[in-house]
Design a protein around this ligand. Structure first.
Ligand SMILES: [Zn+2]
Length: 75
């Protein structure tokens, strides 16, 4: 009984970890030529200034493809 519980909790931990790390790697950017930042929060006040389309992309894409740096309102 104890072994089964251990295995199932281990499986649960692994299973719940996957969508969490995927969520952390997604950021929001303002699709504007003047915008230079990426945001973790869709409701960030830095994004509120965006008059263009807000796009949800991966963190690596924001850094490498769009050359964005993290928004000054977030850490
Ligand atoms: Zn921000």
């Amino acid at each position: 009984m104890k072994t089964i519980l251990l295995i199932s909790s281990l499986f649960f931990a692994t299973w719940t970890d996957a969508p969490k790390s995927e969520k952390e790697s997604e950021v929001y950017i303002c699709v504007s030529t003047t915008a230079k930042r990426y945001h973790y929060s869709e409701n960030c006040r830095g994004l509120k200034q965006c008059s263009h389309t807000i796009k949800k992309i991966s963190l690596s894409e924001a850094r490498n493809k769009y050359k964005r740096t993290l928004c000054g309102y977030e850490d």
